[in-house]
Design a protein around this ligand. Structure first.
Ligand SMILES: [Zn+2]
Length: 326
């Protein structure tokens, strides 16, 4: 299958490490530009370095990103670009565009700097989680991309001798922080999620009661009210907040019509589609089942040829319908 061969070619650049705006990402964009020409698209590079391959007056775009995290997987981002080029090749007369955004993993930087917006956008992406695999389903229709709130909570205690200070006389910041970590977990009700993934302990010495602990909180929910509630329940002041983005309009409806039985999912990860939806572009997103338990941002990331084939078929039909309307 040509899509898989191309994913292998992209993966060979940098051995799965293609940071945004690096020579490796440049090389991936060059490769994709050649494939776009073969598919009958005219590639152009915008001021942010995004690669946009167009046919005619393309108002309907599909695509994703070609950068990766260090030692990332073969599918994250690249699948959406390669699948888009494949779908465009199958629709030789349709006015469609395929875009490879710059530096998604470290921003997204490229999609945020688009100077021109399409009338509709569709992104195919590997799920990067275990939900479709658990359901035994190859494809899922994304309904929304979860909003994120991040912040730090500081617990102050008192440094004391670990041998001479009676238990009742301690002010142990790490014990307070440990209770808080469990509290965070209890506050997150499906489909919301909340995580403490980093803590700093001071002085971080085995025989000293912890004086100060800083806990990092990452909370995500599919709509703004649910995110507010989650932040309130946890009780922290977000240092940064990204609003949830609902998938909507013709791209979302067409995916729903083509896949009436497919599971509806909320994306817990951010994507270029989130950026386009946030600025008002009607946007749809199609998830392809992750194998290996949903592992991603890892060389173990995997989707099957069969599932990818289905995704390309659905994307082709969706683009055909959208391009006929726009
Ligand atoms: Zn991605």
């Amino acid at each position: 299958m040509r899509v898989f061969e191309r994913l292998d070619e992209l993966y060979a650049i940098g051995g799965g490490t293609r940071r945004g705006y690096s020579p490796e990402e440049d090389a991936a964009h060059e490769l994709a530009a050649g494939w776009m020409r073969e598919a009958g698209l005219e590639p152009e590079v915008d001021a942010a370095g995004n690669l946009i391959g167009r046919r005619g007056d393309a108002q309907v775009w599909t695509g994703s990103h070609l950068d990766s995290v260090p030692n990332g997987g073969k599918f994250d981002g690249a699948l959406g670009v390669v699948a888009g080029i494949e779908a465009a090749a199958r629709l030789p007369d349709a006015p469609v565009g395929v875009v490879a955004f710059r530096a998604e993993e470290t921003g997204p930087m490229g999609s945020k700097r688009l100077t021109e917006l399409p009338a509709a956008f569709l992104e195919v992406h590997i799920e990067q989680g275990p939900v479709l695999e658990r359901l035994g389903e190859p494809l899922g229709v994304v309904t929304a991309i979860a909003g994120q709130a991040r912040g730090q909570v500081v617990f102050e205690g008192r440094a004391d001798h670990a041998g001479t200070t009676p238990m009742a006389a301690r002010e142990d910041a790490l014990v307070a922080a440990a209770r808080f970590v469990l509290h965070v977990r209890e506050c997150a009700r499906e489909p919301a999620v909340a995580t403490v993934g980093a803590i700093e302990v001071e002085p971080n010495v085995m025989n000293v009661v912890a004086a100060k602990v800083t806990v990092a909180v990452d909370a995500r929910a599919p709509d703004a009210d649910a995110l507010d509630e989650l932040v309130h329940a946890i009780g922290f002041e977000p240092g940064s907040r990204l609003d949830p983005a609902a998938m909507s309009g013709a791209p979302f409806e067409v995916l729903g019509e083509l896949l009436p039985e497919a599971p509806r999912l909320v994306s817990g990860a951010g994507h270029d589609a989130m950026v386009l939806a946030a600025v008002g572009v009607p946007t749809g997103m199609l998830f392809v089942r992750s194998l290996n338990g949903g592992v991603s941002h890892s060389p173990e990331e995997l989707s099957s040829e069969e599932d990818v084939g289905l995704a390309v078929d659905v994307l082709t039909r969706a683009l055909e319908r959208l391009a006929a309307v726009e």
